[in-house]
Design a protein. Structure first.
Length: 199
């Protein structure tokens, strides 16, 4: 994967981009730069692995449904000043791909925040848009259904890939591709981490 090409493509589109060698350094940066804010977090193993909820709650009001599992938290997160998410695929050509089942995460990345931050391990980078989409559908989604213990073919089958199922447990209901920073979001930032994080 080509980190520099990815950063250059994102910057051309007007995204703010920062690179950190380690998850610890990235978490330190976010901890320092998010203070006294309301913060929403989308479902994210990356955020979980980085311990960001625990760090940010020390000096912000943080809404994360992974800690409360209720809709009020999802709604509050969508209206927060800062919103954090990871991505399911990041193209070296600059497209940011996220796939979702309930929609709260992808919806909240699109509208009306002071700052949206995508925290992304380099394992999410794909050479181009088609490969980023392929990654989201055939790697990220099946690994998430396995994590959740669902009964979809991608969760129970031997091969890790999408079977384009009609399961009631299907988590791939909508895909959002960010081509350019949204106009209602003042700052959209990609924090790249030189480690493998999340799915
Ligand atoms: S569409 Fe179904 S089979 Fe494909 S990744 Fe999503 S849940 Fe799995």
């Amino acid at each position: 994967m080509n980190v520099q090409r990815t950063m250059d493509s994102l910057k051309r589109g007007g995204f703010e981009v920062r690179y950190f060698e380690s998850a610890k350094a990235a978490a330190d940066y976010l901890d320092e730069s998010i203070r006294g804010k309301s913060v929403g977090i989308g479902g994210s193993m990356t955020i979980e692995q980085m311990g960001l909820y625990e760090r940010l709650t020390e000096h912000n009001t943080v809404y994360w449904h992974w800690r409360t599992n209720d809709f009020a938290t999802r709604t509050a997160a969508a209206g927060a000043e800062v919103y954090l998410s990871s991505v399911n695929g990041l193209a070296e050509t600059g497209e940011i791909v996220n796939i979702d089942g309930s929609g709260n995460r992808v919806a909240a990345t699109l509208y009306n925040h002071e700052r949206v931050v995508f925290v992304v391990g380099v394992n999410k980078i794909a050479e181009d848009y088609e490969r980023a989409m392929h990654r989201a559908r055939n790697i990220a989604a099946p690994l998430n259904t396995r994590r959740l213990g669902l009964k979809t073919p991608c969760a129970v089958g031997e091969e890790i890939r999408c079977y384009n199922c009609a399961s009631k447990d299907r988590i791939c209901c909508g895909v959002v591709t960010l081509l350019w920073p949204m106009r209602s979001v003042k700052v959209t930032e990609v924090v790249l981490v030189g480690e493998s994080l999340g799915y």
